[in-house]
Write a protein that binds this ligand. Structure first.
Ligand code: PMP
Length: 437
């Protein structure tokens, strides 16, 4: 370990971690030569693995031509070609791409696009953006206003125009006699109730992580949920915004998380696996009629300096090509299914593993007192973080978050790169079992 006491760099906590030296494929090495399995792809970012030679080549080629051309001065081939590829992979009619540099920027862009579209349509009274609790949509103030994660939002509460929330469908906690399908509808109908309560003409959009991310730990709603959400949005003329920052770019075994239910959002946010850790890159994806309405009415009053720069876009293009050409979405489905059943088998050994869930390689396990009660572990025990530390020592990186709104509840995310092989699943499970023990 390095002594970071004198470091001029700071992050959100005084976490002392070893210094990174190099990385390749699913592994990272620290400066002492110790190897780590990247069991969470950073933070569900490094989808095509580290030091991918084809991505590095594409970056080198672009760097030798040009790295930056300001978007208001030049168009560029990489930006065009990447958007064309994304439009091919995303469900129709989502074929317009607005570039940003990360997830929070992407989510903010979606909200601002929705708002300007309402104004362009002559509905300026629509401004309320409903989201879910718990949820995570980013750290900027706009994204925080729709985030349901108390520890992150509380310090800023007086500065936020905090937006209304409905409960996320944490069905694994429900002790009712409903079928899965009924439960999905029950949670989805809470959106209709909330819209009625707020006054339908004031509601602009609903924002949803199609499969929960770090806030709820890979929470998958029943199959009836998202289709019903889509119907409700249509009924009230409200835009459906999918936060695909974590779920997008193949992570869940489809290009977008929403694709599992053939639900097409009006606007979607992409980041993380889109730049795959090679460059900061994100995007808002939407329909031509929305873009045209906004641009014809007035300019979109929004944009970021680095947006659509040639280096970021050429890198994103290489990442997307890699996903397609190496068939990584199919691999994600196969390896994800194997990893999920291996994680579920750990439930037999460890009664404190309350739930194993997720799709593709967005997987998580919930740690509880026992499966009967599903009571949270004492927050001070910091259980998931302790497992993370133990796993770290054993050379496996996993990711811990609070499940129940930021204050309590423990889950571990297990989300290796989309290039992970079946043999490597055994390696993850062996180290994880050892750490849980
Ligand atoms: N939305 C979701 C669903 C996320 O998981 C994240 C990041 N964890 C964000 C938005 C914010 O992305 P970024 O950290 O790149 O701003």
């Amino acid at each position: 370990m390095q002594n970071n006491a004198q470091s001029h760099v700071f992050y959100q906590t005084r976490l002392h971690r070893p210094r990174l030296d190099r990385a390749e494929g699913v592994y990272l090495w620290d400066v002492n030569g110790k190897r780590y399995f990247d069991g969470c792809s950073g933070a569900m970012v490094s989808n095509v693995g580290h030091s991918n030679p084809r991505v590095l080549d594409a970056m080198r080629r672009q760097m030798e031509k040009s790295t930056f051309g300001y978007r208001l001065h030049f168009e560029n081939d990489a930006a065009e070609e990447l958007a064309r590829r994304v439009a091919e992979l995303a469900p129709a009619p989502l074929d317009r791409v607005f570039y940003v540099s990360g997830g929070s920027e992407a989510v903010e862009s979606c909200i601002k696009m929705a708002r300007q579209y309402a104004i362009a349509r002559g509905e300026p009274e629509r401004y309320q953006v409903i989201s879910r609790y718990p949820s995570y949509h980013g750290s900027t103030l706009g994204a925080l206003a729709i985030t349901g994660y108390d520890t992150l939002t509380e310090p800023f509460a007086p500065m936020l125009r905090t937006m209304p929330k409905i409960p996320a469908p944490t069905c694994y906690l429900d002790r009712d006699n409903l079928s899965d399908a009924e439960r999905g509808l029950r949670y989805a109908n809470m959106l209709a109730d909330k819209i009625e309560e707020l006054g339908p003409s004031t509601v602009l959009a609903f924002v949803v992580e199609p499969i929960g991310g770090a806030s709820t730990g890979a929470l998958v709603a029943p199959d009836t949920y998202l289709p019903r959400i889509r119907e409700i949005c249509n009924h009230y003329g409200i835009l459906l915004i999918a936060d695909e920052v974590m779920t997008g770019a193949g992570r869940t075994g489809q290009f977008l998380g929403c694709d599992h239910w053939q639900v097409v959002p009006d606007i979607a946010a992409l980041a993380k696996g889109f730049g795959a850790g090679y460059v900061p890159l994100g995007a808002m994806l939407t329909r031509a009629d929305i873009v045209d309405a906004v641009l014809d009415h007035n300019a979109f009053q929004h944009g970021f300096t680095s947006a659509g720069n040639p280096l970021a876009c050429a890198t994103g293009l290489a990442v997307v090509k890699e996903i397609v050409e190496q068939d990584l979405i199919a691999n994600t489905r196969t390896v994800g299914a194997a990893l999920k059943s291996a994680l579920a088998e750990l439930m037999d050994e460890f009664p404190f593993v309350g739930d194993v869930r997720g799709k593709g390689l967005l997987l998580a396990m919930e740690l509880v007192q026992d499966r009967e009660s599903m009571e949270v572990l004492p927050p001070a025990m910091n259980a998931a973080n302790r497992v993370v530390d133990i796993a770290y020592d054993r050379g496996l990186i996993v990711y811990a978050r609070r499940t129940r709104g930021g204050n309590s509840g423990d889950h571990l995310m297990v989300c290796p790169p989309l290039i992970t092989t079946l043999q490597q699943v055994d390696e993850i499970i062996e180290k994880l079992r050892d750490s849980l023990r």
